[in-house]
Design a protein around this ligand. Structure first.
Ligand SMILES: [Fe+2]
Length: 250
């Protein structure tokens, strides 16, 4: 699947102009990493922390997407691909299906270190990309894109969007009797992560049907999240969701 040419996503591809990042932006990156790392080291799952080492993020310098791809691709076939911003569904799913993670290149400013409404390179790379080094998660994400890219029905897509939300964005996993985090929305946000580990959020065992039926909340701290027991569960979830959709459309 890798290396195939993109159609829907093609207009959104950009080049990361690395030399254009300013010293101020490098220093904001460094500040963000320094703020997040202590809690992430303590509360992120093993797979995330291993991926973090594999992709070789720096505490000092903004990530170079080409270098990250050079580390990821030999392991799981994923690339970290620069895009201009928010992608419509068809373009987004097309990229995931091709094992290309659409990644923003802009960085929040110093006055909004804690919260930004739209993803930036910190959310995308620090938060998401480490998990792409994990083979099962990597296959899940590719298959998710492939399933969604074949669906037209808005209601089905909304339900599958919840699977993405409660795994890729806000996923939790139970490890050694503790709740650990792996979704980018919890990894990259001190408020969301503290809410989870401080017990402000109900943690339910992951169940595909419950996830598909649970609407997402985008403008407040999460009140209900779902914990998997292992990453095999998310891979099985997308296969099961695909099966259910096929049965309905037959
Ligand atoms: Fe995200």
């Amino acid at each position: 699947m890798t290396g195939r040419s993109l159609v829907a996503a093609e207009p959104y591809l950009v080049t990361q102009e690395y030399q254009n990042y300013t010293a101020e932006q490098q220093s904001v990156w460094s500040e963000l990493v320094r703020r997040r790392l202590p809690q992430v080291r303590e509360h992120a799952c093993r797979e995330f922390l291993e991926g973090y080492e594999i992709i070789g993020l720096s505490n000092e310098l903004l990530p170079n997407l080409r270098e990250i791809t050079g580390r990821l691709k030999p392991r799981t076939g994923w690339s970290t691909t620069a895009v201009s911003g928010f992608l419509p569904g068809d373009a987004f799913f097309e990229m995931l299906a091709a094992r290309m993670f659409p990644t923003t290149t802009w960085l929040r400013s110093r006055d909004s270190l804690a919260y930004i409404p739209e993803p930036d390179i910190f959310h995308d790379v620090f938060g998401h990309v480490p998990m792409h080094a994990h083979p099962v998660f990597a296959d899940f994400l590719q298959h998710y894109g492939s399933v969604c890219s074949q669906i037209q029905d808005a209601k089905e897509l909304e339900r599958l969007g919840r699977l993405f939300w409660y795994t890729v964005e806000f996923g939790l996993v139970r490890q050694d009797g503790e709740i650990k985090v792996y979704g980018s929305g919890v990894i990259s946000s001190h408020g969301e992560c503290s809410n989870v580990i401080g017990g402000g959020c109900e943690v339910r065992p992951f169940s595909l049907n419950e996830v598909l039926d649970t609407p997402v909340k985008v403008d407040e701290l999460q009140k209900v999240l779902f914990a998997i027991e292992s990453f095999d569960q998310v891979y099985e979830a997308i296969q099961e969701a695909e099966k259910q959709i096929r049965q309905v459309s037959e």
